[in-house]
Design a protein around this ligand. Structure first.
Ligand code: SIN
Length: 538
């Protein structure tokens, strides 16, 4: 049974950005917060590193800005980075006021070091920063009477009024993954905070939720998408048959962890004088090169020269996880491989999240503000989430209240589709797509591999579109449809950049070229949009 609902603010996604925005806006509005799984399932909860903030006496905003710009390889928007970085101490304070206790060194916050940072500036909670912050804020959100949390619900598409001078978002169709119904939710403001799209790759450090739903939805609705070729691969995820997607934080290298070949030789010196603390693009590419050249299945990361008490205190999560897998990191090295980790591109948005579509905001990893450029600096992402959430909430509170014309929205129509008799088409295409992306659109690219990926993707896209228009939806199908569109955006962006820069490395164009010192923009899909919204053959 499909139905309707009305709210002031619809927030899609309940990671750090969704929670913070919801909390601030709930002071003035009724907020509906939807999340695909349970509230605790999101990338934020998996973030080990921390929040970058120039807090030490030897550090300052200019140094943090300089590191961010240098790591972004010419594509960081300096004004945006300045605005975000100057807000970092306020963000840390806001979290502390909300009960978050950062790891301390005496009276001061203990600041960690990560690749690409010239100073110790990562405020953290051991190696569980995201988990602790998310848990605390979730608890506060759950107690808030102005916030309705709807779990196990996934937005299918945004509802856009194309008849106004500027396109306007009126709400979204939301699929209940448990009872399989679709609710038409109308809202005065819609905020996408669905995170990134790292799940399009076979190996990822991200949870299953990272399927780029918000980016795909906003693109279908007509938003411009920027810089999707810049996919960040984290250099060190655990390599073990029983461990899926487990990150070994960069903080481990910040505390002296060494990268070794399987025969225990250090190799990073060949690639960068900063060795293990070079920026992520360089370290991930070096590991990829070593693995491919010498046929290794993995490399090793060793912190065992530090005292066992330090390791257990600083990295309790990593210690515990490795121990469960039979690896004692106080005595032996950890087998690691790179895996997709962060989507630097996303929906083109201002710092307050405003997109080209009225009443539609995109914040956090799903957005592209210009802060990360061609390679995000470690621990700058939770910071961006916090600043965008604050600015987005303030903007919405400052605009005059609008009346939304809720009752005219069409209900979801699935009267023309049937139940699917088998799921193999979905599961097969999920696996095939992620393998194609890993093998042909990975850390090192070529025109030949990218073109081959594009051809294969088209076959999958046609098959899945046909299936989508004839069968009842479920979560796997909706996510598959999204990862197909995300993959296509990544491939097209990568093919259009005939150079190497930051996270995009092509063997055909190994040099960085001045004429490509610009963002890659792909304009939103238009035309048959409303037809696609109505899930039927009409
Ligand atoms: C890490 O802990 O290595 C991840 C931090 C980040 O991606 O910013």
């Amino acid at each position: 049974m499909n139905n309707r609902k009305k709210t002031d603010i619809l927030i899609i996604g309940a990671g750090l950005s969704g929670l913070v925005t919801g909390l601030i806006l709930s002071k003035k509005y009724k907020v509906t917060l939807i999340t695909k799984q349970n509230l605790d399932k999101c990338s934020t909860a998996w973030a080990q590193g921390g929040i970058a903030a120039a807090l030490s006496s030897s550090d300052n905003f200019e140094k943090h800005i300089e590191d961010t710009i240098k790591n972004g390889h010419g594509l960081v928007d300096e004004d945006v980075s300045r605005l975000i970085i100057q807000e970092a101490p306020n963000c840390i304070r806001w979290l502390e006021e909300n009960g978050i206790v950062f790891s301390r060194h005496g009276d001061e916050i203990d600041l960690g070091l990560e690749g690409g940072h010239s100073e110790r500036r990562i405020a953290h909670i051991r190696d569980e920063t995201g988990k602790i912050i998310h848990k605390k804020l979730s608890h506060i959100v759950k107690l808030n009477n102005n916030i309705e949390i709807i779990e196990n619900s996934m937005a299918i598409d945004l509802i856009i009024d194309i008849n106004q001078k500027v396109k306007t978002c009126l709400g979204a169709y939301v699929f209940d993954c448990n009872n399989k119904s679709v609710t038409t939710i109308s809202a005065k403001n819609i905020i996408i905070s669905t995170g990134g799209a790292s799940k399009v790759y076979q190996y990822t450090s991200n949870p299953n939720t990272s399927t780029g739903d918000g980016i795909a939805m906003a693109w279908r609705a007509g938003c411009t998408i920027a810089n999707m070729e810049f996919v960040q691969f984290h250099p060190t995820c655990i390599y073990h048959p029983l461990a899926k997607s487990f990150l070994i934080s960069e903080a481990l290298r910040g505390e002296g962890g060494k990268l070794l070949s399987p025969s225990s030789a250090r190799f990073m010196k060949k690639y960068d004088e900063r060795q293990e603390l070079a920026s992520r693009d360089i370290v991930a590419r070096a590991i990829d090169y070593e693995m491919k050249k010498y046929g290794y299945t993995n490399v090793l990361l060793d912190i065992s020269h530090k005292s066992a008490s330090f390791i257990k205190r600083r990295f309790p999560l990593i210690y515990k996880k490795c121990n469960e897998l039979g690896i004692d990191i106080t005595k032996e090295a950890i087998p690691v491989v790179p895996a997709s980790h962060y989507t630097c591109g996303g929906v083109q948005a201002k710092l307050n999240g405003q997109t080209e579509i009225n009443n539609l905001y995109v914040i956090g990893e799903a957005a592209h503000t210009g802060f990360h450029g061609a390679n995000r600096l470690a621990s700058n992402s939770l910071l961006e989430c916090l600043v965008m959430s604050k600015m987005c909430s303030e903007s919405i509170c400052n605009i005059s209240d609008k009346k939304s014309d809720n009752n005219s929205l069409r209900l979801w129509n699935d009267s023309y589709v049937t139940d699917s008799k088998e799921n193999i088409m979905i599961s097969h295409n999920w696996d095939e797509l992620r393998k194609i992306m890993w093998n042909y659109v990975g850390i090192v690219r070529s025109d030949k591999r990218l073109t081959s990926a594009k051809i294969r993707l088209k076959i999958i896209e046609d098959e899945v579109n046909d299936y989508y228009h004839h069968h009842k939806i479920d979560k796997d199908l909706l996510e598959l449809r999204n990862i197909i569109e995300i993959s296509s955006l990544i491939i097209d962006s990568a093919l259009s950049r005939k150079e190497s820069r930051g996270l995009h490395y092509s063997i055909d164009y190994p040099l960085t070229k001045t004429e490509y010192k610009k963002n890659t923009l792909i304009h939103g899909k238009r035309g048959d949009y409303f037809m696609k919204l109505v899930h039927s053959k009409v």
